[in-house]
Design a protein around this ligand. Structure first.
Ligand code: DQA
Length: 154
């Protein structure tokens, strides 16, 4: 199984960026963690990060026919991007949303997630482990092929 793991803006600054919220480990450590989890699960992961909404949209589009599923932490674009939602809906790949922090405990403007409407599952507030849970969910075949699930934590 081939899984595309996408990370949005400012996640490249992990370690430097608000460590009390996002932790002390840097982005290279996150990438290594995800690749290691994928190897343990026997799947192939490609991990990418961009600060640009259009680049994330391009990568979601390009995943069609090349990847079996998407894990996405859209970062700040979670709360603003209909374009990312539309791209996820267009390619219809099983998708899982991840956030390092528990956004439900944060500012009002973080309470909306557009991407979530096209995701089967959301893991948040678990730090790096959220990515592992997302990969496990997809690999262990719990992923539904069609309708998104809206019953997960909002
Ligand atoms: C985040 C939460 C978002 O609200 C924020 O804009 C981020 C990171 C998280 O992983 O906790 O950049 O997606």
């Amino acid at each position: 199984m081939k899984i595309l793991v996408l990370n949005g803006p400012n996640l490249n600054l992990l370690g430097l960026r608000e460590p009390e919220i996002y932790g002390a480990r840097n982005y290279a450590a996150l990438e290594a963690y995800i690749l290691n989890c994928a190897a343990e699960l026997g799947c192939e992961a490609q991990v990418r990060q961009s600060n640009h909404e259009g680049v994330l949209v391009d990568w979601i589009q390009e995943a069609y026919g090349k990847f079996d599923a998407i894990v996405i932490n859209p970062a700040a674009y979670t709360h603003t991007s209909v374009a990312i939602l539309d791209a996820l809906k267009a390619v219809q790949l099983p998708a899982v949303e991840v956030h390092l922090s528990d956004v439900t405990q944060r500012e009002d403007f973080r309470q909306i997630s557009y991407a979530r409407l096209a995701c089967q599952k959301t893991y948040m507030g678990l730090g790096f482990e959220g990515y592992k849970k997302a990969l496990q969910y997809l690999v262990q075949g719990e992923a539904e092929s069609s309708a998104p699930c809206f019953s997960v934590r909002v």
